[in-house]
Design a protein around this ligand. Structure first.
Ligand SMILES: [Zn+2]
Length: 383
């Protein structure tokens, strides 16, 4: 009895530990509200936010865009369409931290045509796809178990007959504290593995060496009992042609000129909320290279897709249909439909269509009930 209780306890503990290292993804779903600050007061604003969380950190990404038909195919939001309101309102800005200028026009202002969580558990990820007139622009964001940062894959697909001649990512952060808005003077710095620069200046990046950008404020340092803690960007230099960081006394704006022909770029975001400047910098010096290697090696395709063996899944369904005998006949139609759809989606996904990739994952999730019924019928009819 006592041994049984102990083993049950151990099993519970093991389950608890397994859950603790999982990555969760949540999604508020779509909503609309009457705008105030986002655009002309009274215009209808589309909003949605998604959150990634591990055992050590949580990040929220908030979309907002005006739906008023007067803007044509653009959906303005006064400070940017994609914000990062968690873990802190400062650092990567809650109401617009990132944009992607394709041929000089910001993709995130155009129609958000796809947004959804992709996977959770072993990893957590989500995607946004924006319909810029010259290209679809996708952003996948991912956290790994026990991770403290968000890995990002940016991709662009030029439209038929259009060319993408320039791609520039901008990032806005207010390191540790909203200084000017609170009438305080800070001392903004950006440190890279190569250099340290202080406000007011523009740091010209050497992409191959400046693989992380550590945004901090030496007045608003948790070590001094001030501010929220610093933040940082990790850069895969492979497709970064040039970059600058405008280190102001309030906002710090990073601009990255990407190789337009590369069609993708990788970066990562850290918010070191609650940590001292010294601890955060020590983290980057110790782990920056390993985090970069992990970023460049990460396959951002959702795992249920990248590990899918459609022929094996099909064979399993056939086996179950045979075993289910007459009971299985009502399920043959839905099984045929499912595999026709999966084959079609998988073909599109192989061509790099992110919506099709997400649809495969969704179809697999939706087919769980069908497979459950197949297994029940098969078990009942087995000789
Ligand atoms: Zn508007």
């Amino acid at each position: 009895m006592r041994a049984l209780a102990m083993s049950s306890l151990l099993a519970l503990l093991a389950a608890g530990l397994a859950a603790a290292s999982e990555v969760s993804v949540s999604d508020t779903g779509e909503s609309t509200h009457t705008g105030t600050w986002e655009c002309t007061p009274g215009h209808e604003i589309r909003a949605r936010s998604l959150r990634l969380a591990t055992s050590v950190a949580a990040y929220r990404f908030a979309y907002s865009g005006c739906l008023d038909p007067s803007h044509g195919d653009e959906h303005p939001s006064s400070e940017g369409n994609l914000g990062m309101p968690e873990p802190t309102l400062c650092n990567f800005y809650h109401s617009g931290f990132m944009g992607v200028l394709i041929n000089g026009k910001d993709a995130v202002r155009y129609t958000l045509r796809d947004v959804r969580p992709l996977e959770s558990g072993e990893r957590g990820s989500l995607q946004f796809i924006f319909a810029h007139p010259d290209a679809d622009v996708g952003l996948r964001l991912m956290m790994l178990p026990d991770g403290n940062h968000v890995l990002a894959l940016l991709r662009w697909w030029p439209r038929e007959g259009k060319s993408v001649d320039s791609v520039r990512v901008w990032l806005t952060c207010y390191p540790s504290f909203f200084t000017a808005a609170r009438n305080r003077q800070g001392e903004r710095h950006v440190t890279t593995p190569r250099t340290d620069q202080q406000e007011p200046t523009t740091l010209t990046l050497i992409p191959a060496e400046d693989t992380w950008l550590f945004y901090h404020d030496r007045v608003f340092d948790v070590a001094k009992g001030e501010g929220e803690g610093p933040c940082a960007t990790l850069l895969d230099p492979a497709n970064v042609q040039a970059g600058r960081v405008h280190i102001g006394g309030y906002a710090v704006r990073t601009e990255l000129d990407l190789n337009p022909g590369a069609k993708e770029a990788r970066l990562a975001f850290y918010d070191f909320r609650g940590q001292t400047n010294a601890d955060a910098e020590a983290y980057l010096r110790a782990h920056g290279a390993a985090d970069l290697a992990e970023l460049t090696a990460t396959d951002f395709r959702p795992r249920p897709l990248s590990t899918l063996d459609l022929a094996a899944r099909r064979a399993e369904a056939e086996q179950l249909l045979t075993e289910a005998a007459e009971d299985g006949q009502t399920l043959r139609g839905p099984v045929e439909e499912l595999f026709a759809r999966l084959a079609d989606l998988q073909q599109k996904a192989t061509g790099g269509d992110w919506s099709a990739e997400a649809d495969v994952v969704q179809a697999l999730r939706d087919s769980e009930g069908l497979f459950y019924r197949l297994r029940i019928f098969a078990a009942l009819n087995r000789p």
